[in-house]
Design a protein around this ligand. Structure first.
Ligand code: DGI
Ligand code: FE
Ligand code: FE
Ligand code: FE
Length: 188
């Protein structure tokens, strides 16, 4: 497996500066949450670093992988927002040599969430949303909730993301709805 330093060099090469810096902040936030919630800190570091590895890939790259690996063809109805997680996890496995399924699932589900998420997946989902570079009206409350109760943070983000997507007439991935149903009625 690659060392953290090697992963960092791959990410620096794959991402624009702004995105690379976001990735470092997500790693730091994920490590803090992992410490708080008793999750493997090295797994949080790797998942945080790699979660947006594929964010700047060309659409054709994703389409090729969806076809070659026979991933769910419904993925073809979406775009980069959905692909960089679901398909990006395959690229992280094949190109960066990360094989830990918990880490790969955290990457897969970092945008949409999932009905079932391990603590690590919840941490990456939340770290991406609350890292210190994020600035939107709901972020202060999201930070506070996440530190009080990780699941409450997941529910809060899921509800706000769905409201945002609806407001913008964006296509909603079924996984996003599954996340809403599994997390929001329970906490809301
Ligand atoms: O990659 P990042 O910008 O760091 O963050 P992300 O991977 O969480 O992506 C966030 C964006 O993804 C945000 O603008 C909302 C969008 N998104 C989340 N769920 C869905 C979605 N977009 C569509 N079209 N459908 C979804 O279900
Ligand atoms: Fe992302
Ligand atoms: Fe996110
Ligand atoms: Fe991100």
């Amino acid at each position: 497996p690659m060392t953290r330093q090697e992963l960092i060099e791959h990410l620096r090469a794959a991402l624009r500066d702004k995105r690379f810096e976001h990735v470092l902040r997500v790693e730091k936030t994920a490590i803090e949450l992992a410490g708080q919630y008793g999750v493997d800190v090295e797994a949080a570091s790797i998942a945080g670093l790699c979660h947006d590895y594929a964010k700047q890939r060309a659409d054709e790259d994703f389409i090729k992988v969806i076809k070659a690996k026979k991933l769910d063809p419904d993925l073809l109805n979406y775009g980069n927002a959905i692909w960089h997680g679901f398909v990006g996890a395959e690229m992280v496995k094949d190109e960066l040599g990360v094989h830990d399924e918990d880490i790969l699932n955290a990457i897969r589900f970092h945008t949409t969430g999932a009905a079932y998420m391990t603590k690590l997946a919840q941490i990456i989902y939340m770290a991406d949303y609350i890292e210190p570079g994020r600035d939107f009206p709901a972020v202060k409350k999201a930070r506070k909730l996440t530190r009080q109760d990780l699941g409450a943070g997941v529910a809060y983000q899921t509800k706000h993301t769905l409201l945002y997507l609806i407001k913008n007439n964006a296509p909603i991935h079924p996984q996003t709805l599954a996340t809403f149903n599994a997390w929001v009625p329970q906490y809301g």
